[in-house]
Design a protein around this ligand. Structure first.
Ligand code: NAD
Ligand code: DAU
Length: 335
């Protein structure tokens, strides 16, 4: 089996490649990644010499390149995306281009190469925002995206389903909740706060800090994706969650505690525009049909993640010293 992975130099994709090569040692992987600010080949240093792994630098919007790679592959798994909500608020152009146009390009390449198997990685954000007492999102929840990021992901999901219904393309989609774990770019809540504390800086909490996310370890997400590839029903969507709803304040206090710090390190700042209040996932479909459920306990996973950022300071310090800082300067100037 030969897999074409897109966006494999990012957080979830690089963890997937490592997981997949370990668990399917006779399969091959081609990793197509544009290496945007979020793509980092250092995430894959330990597998770059594996004869079953090949990296290609390129854009999922480039039909000729994509089509050539799709021809070589048996399955396509699309992780590539612009992923950070705050960036989509500053400028949505790349989100529309990569997440919508890029997905369409991949779908057309899969269609024109004998309808190749296509798995699309999506997010719970397409379902919108929950009130505290609302039932969690499930595969039956209507789409209601509220940020340019989630709107672009919703559009890509609709395109993927449309290629199944219209052209019979053998697709599956997974909508997952907030991931955490090693190699996550330090603009996202958990690695941003951990690395700030390692630098002796305060942590900026948006609004009242009571927005809720459902946290899942990246390995649990990737095990679910692998299971869908092996046993998922064509045309179906699967929701994956961590059974771990936490307010941002709870996450912050947990991390502060790992550093022996208290509330004095929290800086409450202006809220994110259109900030979704709560996400939660009902993963009973994939549990019942494929026997998947999250295995990593949140407290254990978060402790290990804090340790990983403590032990891999070279990795994130390089990132934080570059373009990342210019971006955050612009963000803070706007407040
Ligand atoms: P990330 O931002 O860490 O990585 C994205 C990767 O895509 C990078 O390597 C980047 O270089 C690459 N990329 C961007 N534009 C590209 C293009 N035009 N062509 C080729 N490559 C391109 O993202 P992540 O957090 O690993 O997310 C991966 C996928 O999972 C995304 O589709 C995202 O929407 C989805 N998702 C993420 C989460 C989460 O909590 N991070 C949760 C659910 C779903
Ligand atoms: O739900 C899945 C989604 O999770 C993915 O589809 C996205 O790609 C991923 O970025 C993530 O989106 P969020 O907006 O939930 O993640 P983020 O880490 O940006 O923020 C998590 C929460 O923490 C959110 O309520 C905003 C808050 N926050 C975030 C940052 C970066 C802060 O309070 N302060 C911060 O500095």
């Amino acid at each position: 089996m030969k897999l074409l992975i897109t966006g494999g130099a990012g957080f979830i994709g690089s963890n997937f490649i490592r997981y997949y090569l370990k668990n399917h040692p006779s399969d091959q992987i081609i990793n197509l990644d544009k290496l945007t600010y979020a793509g980092n080949l250092e995430n894959l240093k330990d597998v770059e010499k594996n004869p079953n792994y090949k990296f290609i630098k390129g854009d999922i919007c480039d039909f000729d390149l994509v089509s050539k790679l799709v021809k070589e592959a048996d399955e396509i798994i699309n992780f590539a995306a612009e992923t950070h909500v705050d960036r989509s608020i500053l400028d949505s152009g790349d989100f529309v281009r990569t997440n919508i146009e890029g997905t369409r390009t991949l779908l057309d390449a899969a269609k024109s190469n004998d309808n190749k198997r296509f798995h699309h990685i999506s997010t719970d954000e397409v379902f919108g925002s929950l009130e505290p007492k609302d039932a969690p999102f499930s595969e039956k929840t209507s789409y209601d995206p509220r940020s340019p990021y989630s709107a672009s992901k919703a559009a890509s999901d609709h395109l993927v389903r449309s290629y199944y219904h219209t052209f019979g393309l053998p697709i599956t989609i997974s909508n997952c909740s907030n991931n955490y774990g090693p190699f996550q770019f330090p603009e996202k809540l958990i690695p941003f706060f951990i690395t700030n504390l390692l630098e002796g800086k305060k942590v900026p909490l948006y609004g009242d800090g009571l927005n809720v996310r459902d946290w899942i370890h990246v390995d649990d997400h990737n095990r679910g994706v692998d299971l869908i590839l092996q046993k998922g029903k064509i045309g179906e969507t699967y929701c994956l969650g961590g059974a771990s709803e936490k307010t941002n304040l709870e996450i912050t206090k947990f991390i502060l505690n790992e550093f022996g710090k208290g509330d004095e390190m929290i800086e409450y700042i202006k809220d994110r525009a259109g900030h979704d209040r709560r996400y939660a996932i009902d993963f009973s479909k994939i549990k019942k049909e494929l026997g998947w459920e999250p295995q990593v306990k949140f407290a254990d996973g978060l402790k290990q993640t804090v340790e990983w950022y403590r032990d891999n300071q070279d990795w994130w310090k390089k990132i934080k010293s570059g373009e990342y800082q210019d971006y955050y300067k612009k963000q803070y100037e706007k407040r």
